[in-house]
Every structure is written in C-alpha cells, then in structure tokens.
Design a binder for this molecule. Structure first.
Ligand SMILES: [Zn+2]
Ligand SMILES: [Zn+2]
Ligand SMILES: [Zn+2]
Length: 415
C-alpha cells in the first residue's frame, strides 16, 4: 500500500514548540495533510512517554494508534537527541534521530540515557554524549532501532554542518558507520545536492518536517509502497529499494533557513561565490559569516551539479498549500482568506497531499480560483522563484509576479 510518513517532529515538551503539539491534534492534522505514519517525537521525555503509553495502543507491528479511535493515523516511536561533545579538539553538536520498534525498547533507551543527562529538561534532550556512543547504546539495546543523523547539513547541528560538524559520516561514527543506513536531508538541502557527494551514495536520504507546530507537519516527508509496519518501513529504508521507497517530498532547498551564507543581524545574504569575494567576512560588521548548506555542499562535493547516482531514490519539490494560496491571493499566510480557502480545498479533496500531488487542474478549477489552481500546477512543475534563506532566516517563495494574480482571474478583487 502506498502511504506517506513523517518521522521527525516535536511534541509540546520540546523547546520553542507549540503547546498544541499533543497526540489528538497531531492525529487530526495527519489526516488533514494526508500523512499515514507520524513520528511521536520526543519519546525520551518522561511526561510525553507517559502520555504515549496511556493514549496509544498497538496497531500493526511496531506502530500505534490512538486508543478507542478509528483514525487511520499511525504513530512510530522516534526522538531527536542533541549530542554535544568534543572530538579531535573541536566542539561537535550533532542531532540524531532514533527510531524504536516498541515501548519496551524505548523504555530501555530512556533508562540508559537518563543516567547520562537530564531527559526532563527538553523533549529533544541535550546530552554530553559522543554520537558513536549513542549509536552503541541504542543498537546494543536493540538492532531493530534505526539511527539517523538529522538535517545533515545545517551549520550548527548537522553531522556535515560547517560550524560543529564533521567532513564525513565515518569521522563521526567510526566503526559504527556501517549501522548508519540513512541521513535526513533537512529543509535547506534536497537530494540533488546530496547526490554530489559519492560518500553519501551508500545511505538512504530521508525527509521529514522537523515540525514544531501543527500546520508544518509533512512539509517534508517520505512516500512508501510497502506493508504498513515498523519492520517493513525500516527494511525499505535500509535496502533503499525504489519499488518500496518511492520518493521523498522536499522543500525547495532555497526556502530553508540555512541555504545561503550570511549574517542575520546585519541582513546580509550571500551566495557562496559572493562569500568567497568577502573572505567569509560580513561586509557590514566584519564578523564571520554563517556558511550555509549550499556552500558546504560545494566544499565537500566530488561530483558536478546535476549528477544523479544510479541507485538514488527520486524526489518531488513542493510548497505548502497555505503558502500557494497566500501567494495566489497576494496576502500573508496567516490571513483569514487563506485559512478559509485551505479548509475549502481539504474538504473537497480529502487532504493536502491529494491537492498538491494528484488533483488535475480541471478538478481544482471547479472548486477554487484559477490562480490557486495555477499556483498548484506551477509548484508541481517547479516554476517558482525563491529568495534564498540564510543564517536562520527562511527563504521566501514567489510563485507569481506582482499583479499577475489579478489578471489570471480577470477580476479586480478576490472574495
Ligand atoms: Zn535538529
Ligand atoms: Zn528536530
Ligand atoms: Zn554582520
């Protein structure tokens, strides 16, 4: 069966996360988005773990559903750990996602990690633990767990990041590298950028929302065609089988917060070529620039732009529906009309991914404005402009040029 999965997100127990991130809301939003499998996130947090145990019941092997509910949503036990440690004379900060096949195994992991640091302080705990030691602990508890470096390229917390990362998976995990079957591309990079490192050919690239609020879940995701169970999903990832792991859903990488280089407080955004011209120094204040993902990929790449390895899992780049509607209407994402039109489309077609991926233009045009239908089609075809994100500032998507929306619908005002 074909289904969509988003493994990495955060509960309300993580820092800077919406208080709405509880199981009932997640379950509902998964339906709205068209996500079948959702990571629980944060399973090391004692309060969240208790809630998960109380409110979930077993469904398929290794998957869980809300008790006494007929919801199609399934939860899979995941957590992100922030490993902060020093190695080879440098401070390393690496985020790692852990998948667990059962509550019993998750509990053993929690017990062990609880000896190392405070799991209660944050849903994404910060541990003074070498990434390799984390892999060792988790895999010694169960080989059925999966260890995945999160957002590989982000400057501060990515395994390959420019600030506190490594130059390779091997440098980080050493003899445990052979147990690293997958890496998360993160919002600021897409698979095509990762394909430029032949060192990454042996892993499977996965994509997740890393969402801290409900509307963002599924903004990146994975599309499978396999049995619905923990073992089948892990197998599809490990074997990188294109019959079973069909494709990933991606942001346009420019939209991510660390695509370009720059200095946020000075409002300086630079391409890798421009940064080079300035010797990686902010031309405004003279401090060093935050080197983004595009630049870092360029540093480590051994293949030209556009190179595609033979065994690669394909991907589709999408823009969240609310952003398409907002751009088509020429208003902000938070505007009331956006909300109304979003609800209208979900009601008519069932869920967001159906609208974004599958619904033909003619069907869209029956229920919505022609410029919204046009926006969906342009995104599918990759016809968008993006002002790249840098140093923690999100990029800005533009699907329409100024004034174009109105001429499309042939009317002066909308609604
Ligand atoms: Zn992270
Ligand atoms: Zn995260
Ligand atoms: Zn500056």
């Amino acid at each position: 069966m074909k289904f969509i999965a988003d493994f990495h997100l955060h509960s309300k127990y993580s820092r800077a996360t919406s208080p709405q991130m509880d199981l009932e809301n997640l379950d509902n939003w998964a339906k709205t988005k068209g996500i079948k499998i959702l990571g629980t996130g944060d399973f090391t947090h004692p309060e969240w773990f208790k809630t998960l145990r109380e409110k979930l019941e077993p469904a398929e092997p290794g998957l869980f559903k809300l008790k006494n509910s007929s919801s199609p949503t399934r939860f899979i036990l995941t957590v992100e750990i922030s490993c902060v440690y020093s190695k080879k004379g440098k401070v390393r900060k690496i985020h790692i996602i852990v998948f667990a096949p059962s509550f019993e195994i998750a509990e053993k992991i929690n017990t062990h990690l609880g000896w190392i640091g405070n799991l209660r302080a944050d849903g994404r705990p910060i541990l003074g633990l070498d990434s390799k030691e984390l892999a060792k602990i988790v895999l010694n508890i169960s080989e059925d767990c999966l260890i995945v470096p999160a957002h590989l390229w982000t400057p501060y917390f990515g395994l390959l990041g420019s600030k506190s990362g490594f130059d390779s998976i091997e440098e980080c995990f050493e003899e445990y590298s052979k147990y690293i079957y997958a890496g998360e591309t993160g919002l600021s990079s897409d698979p095509a950028m990762n394909w430029r490192l032949s060192a990454l050919d042996k892993i499977t690239l996965i994509s997740n929302s890393d969402s801290h609020s409900l509307p963002h879940i599924g903004r990146e995701a994975n599309v499978f065609d396999t049995e619905i169970s923990y073992p089948a999903i892990i197998k599809a990832i490990k074997e990188k089988d294109p019959q079973k792991f069909l494709y990933t859903i991606e942001f346009f990488p420019q939209e991510g917060k660390y695509h370009y280089d720059g200095h946020r407080i000075c409002g300086i955004s630079l391409s890798p070529q421009e940064s080079k011209k300035y010797n990686n120094i902010c031309p405004n204040c003279g401090r060093s620039l935050t080197i983004g993902v595009l630049n870092r990929v360029e540093q480590l790449a051994d293949k030209p732009e556009g190179f595609k390895p033979k065994n690669a899992i394909p991907f589709k780049s999408l823009v969240p529906l609310a952003e398409i509607i907002a751009d088509a209407l020429g208003v902000m994402v938070g505007a009331k009309q956006v909300d109304e039109e979003y609800k209208n489309l979900i009601e008519k077609f069932g869920n967001e991914f159906k609208v974004l991926l599958d619904t033909p233009r003619q069907d869209l045009e029956v229920v919505t404005l022609p410029e919204i239908a046009e926006g969906v089609i342009r995104v599918r075809e990759g016809r968008v402009n993006v002002e790249p994100g840098y140093d923690g500032v999100y990029g800005k998507i533009r699907i329409f040029s100024k004034g174009e929306q109105k001429s499309l619908s042939g009317q002066g005002t909308l609604f």
